[in-house]
Design a protein around this ligand. Structure first.
Ligand code: ACO
Ligand code: LMR
Length: 263
């Protein structure tokens, strides 16, 4: 019989050997004919599933709402400084992306992990928060530099409103809201932030849409797919900031001495 030489690479998401590539088995001609959006393409290439429209629309909302948050945030600041140092687009983009992490934009996976663990163990919100405090861990998905009880994050409100209307269940997000209610008794800026909203709502999507088995959900949470949503979204803004600086012919940036405490 035929002997198949062992391959060095195994790949399961895209096949480019035929006349046209297929994304998780779906030919790109179908994708175009059926007017799939970027949410559908993410579903196919990340999750290998044809997710229902309410889910792909949610993914698209996350991308749209996290595309940018002004020039002052860590990522945009880095991209702007790099652009003004005369560097190329890819360098500017990655210099911004490299700031995404546990404090900025990259708390989505940990928010999903901690909220899931606390909810599944039926911890009362105050028990969860106090346990985290004892461990010296800030609750991922809680807290913001400029958003507060009186200056709510519209992105969070849009996502919550959409999910309450369209998701079969929002139990993890409602748990995160109860956590927020408790943290707000400690300080005004300890709101549920956009990372926490996406993390908890994506959990709700995974467990309630009936297209993921338990192993798949565990893998998604453990591997950490969800920060990818922020990375992808914010790339749009970082590229925009890079072009903006070049268009404006901004000179090399040097931070002013007056703004440094030379101690
Ligand atoms: N959980 C518990 N307590 C907190 C949290 C939190 N998530 N955030 C702040 N606090 C408390 C702490 O007591 C902190 O004191 P400490 O420094 O001794 O630990 C105190 O508030 C002071 O906090 P702030 O001065 O408001 O902190 P800062 O403005 O530097 O933090 C930040 C903002 C980084 C977002 C913070 O709240 C945090 O680390 N949150 C968790 C990570 C997270 O969700 N990041 C995503 C933010 S949204 C985005 O980037 C798109
Ligand atoms: C963001 O989306 O970049 C922000 O929520 C972070 C910030 O400090 O505004």
């Amino acid at each position: 019989g035929k002997v198949r030489a062992p391959t060095h690479i195994v790949s399961t998401i895209c096949d480019d050997r035929g006349e046209e590539p297929t994304y998780a088995g779906v030919p790109i001609s179908n994708i175009i004919e059926k007017e799939f959006g970027v949410g559908d393409v993410i579903s196919l290439l990340w999750f290998k599933k044809n997710l229902p429209r309410y889910a792909t629309k949610f993914i698209e909302m996350c991308i749209i709402l996290c595309a940018d948050h002004g020039p002052c945030v860590s990522g945009a600041h880095n991209s702007i400084v790099t652009s003004r140092a005369g560097k190329d687009l890819v360098s500017c983009l990655v210099s911004g992306l490299l700031t995404i992490g546990p404090r900025f934009g990259g708390a989505i996976d940990d928010a999903a992990r901690y909220f899931k663990d606390a909810y599944d163990r039926q911890l009362k919100p105050h028990e969860f928060v106090e346990t985290m405090k004892k461990k010296g861990i800030r609750v991922p998905g809680i807290g913001h530099r400029i958003k507060s009880r009186d200056n709510r994050d519209k992105r969070v409100e849009f996502l919550q409103k959409y999910a309450r209307l369209h998701f079969p269940s929002v139990k993890y997000m409602e748990y995160a809201v109860q956590v927020e209610t408790y943290t707000l008794t400690k300080a005004n800026n300890l709101v549920l932030n956009v990372d926490g909203a996406i993390g908890s709502l994506f959990l709700d999507l995974l467990v309630s849409c009936a297209m993921f088995n338990q192993q798949e959900i565990d893998d998604i949470v453990e591997i950490g797919y969800l920060n990818g949503l922020f990375v992808l979204a914010r790339s749009i803004g970082l590229i925009g900031h890079t072009f903006d600086q070049k268009r404006l012919k901004q000179p090399l940036y040097r931070h002013p001495w007056e703004d440094v405490l030379y101690a």
